[in-house]
Design a protein around this ligand. Structure first.
Ligand SMILES: C[S@@+](CC[C@H](N)C(=O)[O-])C[C@H]1O[C@@H](n2cnc3c(N)ncnc32)[C@H](O)[C@@H]1O
Length: 265
């Protein structure tokens, strides 16, 4: 690493040798310590069938929830770089210091050009491109930036990397209202992937109109989640959710959800 770390972050080397950051603000690492890169490849790049999607289409658009240190973008880039097709990566990030760190670390390496910080009224949009990819990062609270940005953008997402911090640390990015917003701007064949397999999150997805399937296990976690807008929710997942007393997470019950964690329920 060439440059100073972004403020309020520590570097953690994970089990596959790749690094992640620990966020002092959210009190959580950005990836599994069992392997940041391996987890990203398994859950997002493979989980969303990115290579297959770009093989089938002229071009694809990926939405990522939480840019972090840029590992989702970098891992996707590594996998797609031999396909000489253009693609677009839109990401959402609260912390501008992370983006500045990413630019100083990788802009030259990736030959990123036309780097711009565009003023979008209440927030900034970072844009850059090279011969293969257009990278767009909305800088600010995703619950505000994304709906505002989509008023003037016609992209429909082919894949969604739902990679916010855990529901306990970052609940507003896991509610049914959030998943409804993601649905609104998704292509019909979209795949949404996330590391979380929490029942309340799966219920939120279903209430927002997604079909839910179990994803691969990684590290100590027993499962993960994939969601689509076609087909039906997996039978076993449904059976399990029907037996589970937890409620779908919604904007209305975030406070109660956090209280339950505090009370150890
Ligand atoms: C788990 S990390 C993402 C890791 C990233 N995908 C990567 O591969 O490096 C979650 C990120 O979401 C960002 N975040 C948290 N709350 C947010 C919000 N309301 N809007 C936008 N970004 C947010 C955090 O700053 C953090 O960088």
């Amino acid at each position: 690493m060439k440059n100073n770390l972004p403020p309020r972050h520590r570097v953690i080397t994970t089990a596959d040798g790749s690094i992640t950051f620990f966020s002092e603000q959210f009190q959580e690492t950005c990836h599994s310590t069992s392997g940041a890169k391996a987890e990203t490849l398994l859950h997002y790049v493979k989980g969303c069938q990115i290579e297959e999607k770009l093989t089938e289409k002229e071009s694809i658009t990926i939405l990522e929830v939480g840019f972090g240190l840029g590992l989702g973008f970098l891992t996707t880039y590594e996998v797609l770089k031999n396909q000489q097709k253009r693609w677009r990566f839109i990401s959402l990030e609260l912390d501008e210091d992370l983006l500045k760190w990413f630019v100083s670390e990788y802009a030259n390496l990736l030959s990123l050009e036309n780097i711009q910080w565009i003023d979008h009224g209440s927030f900034k949009v970072f844009q850059a491109q090279n011969e293969l990819v257009e990278l767009i990062i909305l800088c600010g609270d995703a619950r505000q930036t994304l709906p505002t940005f989509m008023k003037t953008n016609s992209d429909r997402w082919d894949a969604i990397y739902q990679d916010a911090f855990s529901p306990r640390r970052n609940p507003i990015l896991w509610t049914k209202e959030w998943f409804s917003l993601l649905k609104k701007f998704s292509a019909p064949e979209v795949i949404l992937a996330t590391y979380s397999s929490s029942s309340s999150i799966r219920k939120s997805l279903i209430e927002a109109g997604w079909s839910v399937h179990p994803g691969e296990k990684f590290g100590p976690k027993r499962s993960s989640t994939r969601a689509s807008l076609t087909g039906h929710t997996d039978e076993e997942v449904l059976l399990h959710l029907n037996r589970s007393p937890v409620e779908a997470l919604s904007d209305d019950n975030v406070a109660a959800f956090l209280r339950n964690f505090k009370d150890g329920k």
